[in-house]
Design a protein around this ligand. Structure first.
Ligand code: PMP
Length: 373
């Protein structure tokens, strides 16, 4: 049988495995930072209505520029993120993964480099690889925050074309301060005097933070991009809708690499329906934030070392290195609870679920800590 490596595949893809967490059928799934609440029935009905209307025109290509959707996303950001933007500053694609890929296609590529501060969202490095962009791994402190001075030095030394700042950071939950983002942005521009560098703030978990959005920072900074998603706060991971906010020129740039009609009419109709129900969905976010804070304090009460979290998940440990965290991951699975081993030695990540799911998780942790003693 012909294997991948017998094919004329690109050298950098040889021997690699695809990204993805196990999709196991267990009672409590807290491993992919999904929202545990299904969409409310009224929204399901509205999606059906909007999609039915869209279906009447499926013989035609969809609105290639998704203007209505981008306008509604701009309204949402303007209302909730502390800064006014209009549709010319907003771009949407199939999940924020596609948004990030388009940014790398336009601003990275062969001969260019992207920098991230690890551990962070591993797709940043994988998207770099997929687009032929070199990858640079920058440092984090022991408490998983970004040491601004060390980060600025890394930028000055390596002069990256693209800098990723994930805030709140996946998998640690750590928020990055406005001052740090500004310092990294300024260092990235100074390191590349000719055209500057693109700084991408990945705010996939922004709605769950204790801190306000970093959106206002795009004002007067045409190389600063904010990336968001409907997968988490809107409880619509299955929809595949991500978006960015930036200067209109950045939106013009990604249009050079996007596939024509990349957002199907069905996707646009569904996202528009979800945006009509923003307030209900943000109500679930408020509940999840409370549950996230409860997970942090209850895990600490159990003696775990827990990283402060601004996301809908919590990083906890500390177990005995990679083997220790893997043993706890397996033992929790045996208790019917699936969490995520992100490869951070001694740590695991749990997504905030419903109160019942979180209770089941905490009971399992209690049992496992006893078993492994
Ligand atoms: N950014 C971060 C930090 C994430 O954790 C994720 C999803 N796990 C994404 C982006 C991509 O999400 P999506 O493509 O569903 O919008």
């Amino acid at each position: 049988m012909t294997g991948i490596d017998d094919l004329p595949i690109r050298d950098e893809l040889r021997g690699k495995s695809p990204y993805g967490a196990p999709q196991l059928d267990v009672p409590v799934r807290l491993n992919t930072n999904e929202n545990p609440y299904p969409l409310p029935e009224a929204l399901v009905a509205r999606i059906a209505e909007r999609v039915t209307e869209a279906a009447r025109h499926l013989n035609r290509y969809p609105d290639r520029d998704a203007v209505e959707l981008r306008t509604r996303l701009a309204d949402y950001l303007s209302r909730t993120a502390g800064h006014f933007v209009d549709h010319r500053q907003v771009w949407a694609a199939n999940g924020s993964n596609e948004v990030l890929q388009q940014l790398l296609q336009a601003f990275g590529g062969p001969g260019r480099t992207a920098l991230g501060f690890e551990p962070s969202y591993s797709m940043h490095a994988l998207l770099a690889r997929g687009t032929g962009t070199g990858w640079l791994s920058g440092p984090r402190d022991d408490d998983f925050t970004i040491d601004t001075e060390a980060a600025v030095r890394t930028i000055a030394e390596h002069r990256p074309d693209v800098v990723f700042v994930c805030s709140p950071n996946n998998p640690t939950g750590t928020a990055v301060s406005e001052e740090t983002v500004l310092a990294l942005h300024d260092a990235a521009q100074a390191a590349r005097p000719e055209h500057g560098a693109l700084v991408v703030v990945d705010e996939a978990y922004g709605e769950f933070s204790h801190h306000p959005s970093l959106l206002p920072l795009i004002e007067g900074r045409p190389r600063l991009v904010l990336s968001r998603t409907m997968s988490k706060a809107f409880g619509a991971a299955g929809l595949r809708l991500g978006y960015l906010a930036a200067a209109p020129a950045v939106v013009d740039a990604v249009q050079l690499v996007r596939l024509p009609y990349h957002l199907s009419a069905v996707t646009q109709a569904t996202a528009l329906a979800a945006l009509e129900h923003t307030d209900t969905l943000l109500g679930y976010v408020a509940q999840l934030k409370t549950e996230r804070d409860r997970l942090v304090s209850e895990l600490r009460a159990l003696g775990c070392e827990v990283t402060d979290s601004d996301a809908n998940f919590v990083q906890f440990g500390r177990f005995d290195g990679a083997a220790g965290s893997h043993a706890v991951w397996k033992a929790l699975l045996e208790h019917g609870v699936l969490v995520r081993d992100n490869g951070v030695p001694g740590r695991l990540r749990v997504t905030a679920g419903t109160p019942e799911e979180n209770d089941a998780f905490l009971d399992a942790v209690r049992a496992v800590l006893k078993e492994l003693k």
